[in-house]
Design a protein around this ligand. Sequence first.
Ligand code: ATP
Ligand code: ATP
Ligand code: MG
Ligand code: MG
Length: 874
Amino acid sequence: MKIVKIQVLRGPNIWSIRRKKLIQMRLDLEEVEHLPTNKIEGFRENLERLLPSLISHRCSEGVEGGFFQRVEMGTWMGHVIEHIALEIQTLAGMDAGFGRTRETKTPGIYNVVFSYIEENSGIYAAEQSVEIAHALMEGRDYPIQECIQTLKEKRERERLGPSTGSIVQEAVARNIPWIRLGRNSLVQLGYGVNQQRFQATITGKTSSIAVDIACNKELTKKMLEEAAIPVPSGDLVSDEEGLERVIQKIGYPIVLKPLDGNHGKGASINVKDWETAKDGLVHAQNYGNRVIVERYITGYDFRVLVINHKMVAAARRVPAHIVGDGEKNIQELIDKENLDPRRGYGHENVLTEISVDKDTNELLEKLHYTLHSIPKKGEIVYLKSTANLSTGGTSIDVTDMIHPENITMCERISKIIGLDVCGVDIMAENLTQPLKESGGAILEVNAAPGFRMHLAPSEGLPRNVAAPVVDMLYPQGKAFRIPIIAVTGTNGKTTTTRLIAHIVKNNGYRVGFTTSDGIYIQNTMLTKGDTTGPLSAEFVLKDPTVEFAVLETARGGILRSGLGFSYCDIGVLTNIKEDHLGISDIHNLKDLTKVKRVVLDSVKKDGWSVLNADDAYSMRLMPDLDSKIAIFSLDENNPHIKKFAKEGKITCVYEEGFVTIKKGDWKIRIAKANNIPITMEGKAKFMISNVLAASLATYLYGFEIEDIANSLRTFIPSAALTPGRLNIFKFKKFNVLIDFAHNPAGYEAIEDYLKNVEATKKIGIISGVGDRRDEDITECGKIAGRMFDYIIIRNEKHLRGRAEEEINGLIISGIQESGRDVSYEIIPKEIEALKHAMSMAEEGTFITALSDVVSNAIDLVQEYQNKEILEEGK
Ligand code: ATP
Ligand code: ATP
Ligand code: MG
Ligand code: MG
């Protein structure tokens, strides 16, 4: 058994629209193909021993233990591996529950698909589940605990921290999309111009100056003091003289801490004599020359969280500690405390495990204790100097107990410092009395306060403190998405995408669009290349200037990692034709339909699917779609169009030379095809088809007929604007057409166009694409034989795994099948083939170059054109 490939899916995909995060593992069962689990000695017993918790997997039996029953009865190893991969993730604290295992058309090769929570853990689970299956078959031991620990470690390295995670979760609950920017906790909410960003609990709105103020404890204290808010009296010192002066003023006990320290580093608390004070000064000066000396306030540590200048939660924080029982030593008491099931690895649980570190040792030393000392019964020994949860501290929610005066005070503090997400640290006996009465004081104000103590306090009510953050970033009614039109299909995607983008742009939107030529914002190409996958979609959705996205969404990206967006407003399917068959387990048009429909399944419920009524496979999809449906056709009498009209629905048709929207039977004519340059005076039917798709999609979005018409009239096909899409170059004697057709449907489209072209001789330059099926290459040859009088066969730049002779052989047999006696020759290099065709052209010849590297072909032809113009001038 071996893993052929592991893919990480991150968006709506062929397995599921809703479950975006899936691992897809291609598995070659090899010898195990003939070994269902009931034929393997002791398999079920070994499995049950290693992973007893699999009992909870009901599987298709639908009862507890159902999966074990299936193993007993005999099931395939791929299926077992899927369940193992899910279970080990669950055991590592990542509740993953969705799985599918399907045989591919290649015998013995399976796709094992299962959900993951964190990508790298998912990949690791895939690899280990195969390892585990091997061990179980061979009756070997497998170190399951180590595997689960590794999964946890990978999870911690990858996953968002608890504060960031809670905000993302709240956003998701509101259907707000999010994108992680980089590897850390910087997150984008929303799309394009409507995006907001945050990192942990710093938002895009957090004022930088406010953070600076909060980080300077002395300045903060001064500003608060001037606003009549109680702070510990004291001053900054940098030497013993200064220290003495301050102590004379405020008296003991005191606290010494570095001016801009954190996590309690360098702090000496409750200092009562001169010797200790001097030591404290030295200690604090390890972190900076200037040291805060202030009165020691008695009481407890409280944290009040203020978001958007409203108090949202308050907690009392207790540093990690143990309570003596007069018997166990400190280490034993720590171990006992760590057994608390709420304490887990990293951030996985409500509480964090207590570890012994330098801080702990220093604290114990001060008490003249070691880890082996046995504290008295009831004695509290603090193990950390600060109450941070991440070092094992605990928290108690006290939100409902805080006095209104204290609430007002904290809200004022957040305004005074200017922090939108603000953590106020208070030392006081309680918060139920106003600080003035309790004698408490504000110790400091924190930017980026952690949320975990409020989200999951160890005692008291958990508070959803993420909600007010999202409320602040997206107040009611504020948009978080931008409109998305996604275009898929076998042919015409790029052209339709460009047309739609052109219409959108002319309606005053700043449009970002992706195509197989590159990514554009407005008229500027920002990256070149085949950019029709999820990362390119994300590129556009991340751009803070983009108001509207039009996304060419091709098969490759969907299969590789799913869509780059969770849903779209309008999905356009141009057609489903033979291309790319035999690749990635897609063997026929039905398989291909499953891939393309992912785009339509991602259309929101009240959005539109735009389908081609002239395309049989598209029409078969209709009953399965959840969105609203509108269709287009080159033929007004197409039966589907007639049915739609009868039902009063919206369609778009080509009739009497017009591109026309129909609502029921009412016609709204947009424009005459003759006036739409991309249709080549109406001669290129397939371009009319693309125009229908684009017109219908934009009409459904809500654009005015007039605006659509104007845009169609100003979309000028040219080598610059639409390279390789029906570009015609006129010479004195002959014409050259450069087009990107590369599959039977594309060839037929060209054939249809050429019927309308008058020429004395039609020369074609064609080639076969190596990774396509034999029959598709032959079919292209056959169509070429029908439409050309003379053919030059060239080769593609990339042969994609086949020999030249083999591809050419298929093309030639196709030409012969056409039944016409067409002569041909072979010139491997595209440029040479083109030069040759132009040199043999006579008066009235029409050369059609079905091109591979379009830009090179265009450059050459333009160079020849320029030469001709120059010569004419002489
Ligand atoms: P953190 O990053 O954990 O918030 P920090 O380095 O910013 O810590 P402070 O918050 O100023 O430092 O102090 C850490 C802890 O020391 C406080 O939570 C409190 O328990 C104690 N402490 C600080 N100043 C005083 C004081 N004036 N009176 C009593 N205790 C104090
Ligand atoms: P790709 O999959 O290579 O990105 P695409 O779907 O983006 O292709 P376009 O780039 O718009 O398609 O067009 C490529 C070629 O396909 C055109 O040059 C033309 O030959 C043919 N074609 C375009 N539109 C259609 C259509 N509606 N029906 C059939 N063929 C078409
Ligand atoms: Mg603090
Ligand atoms: Mg394309």
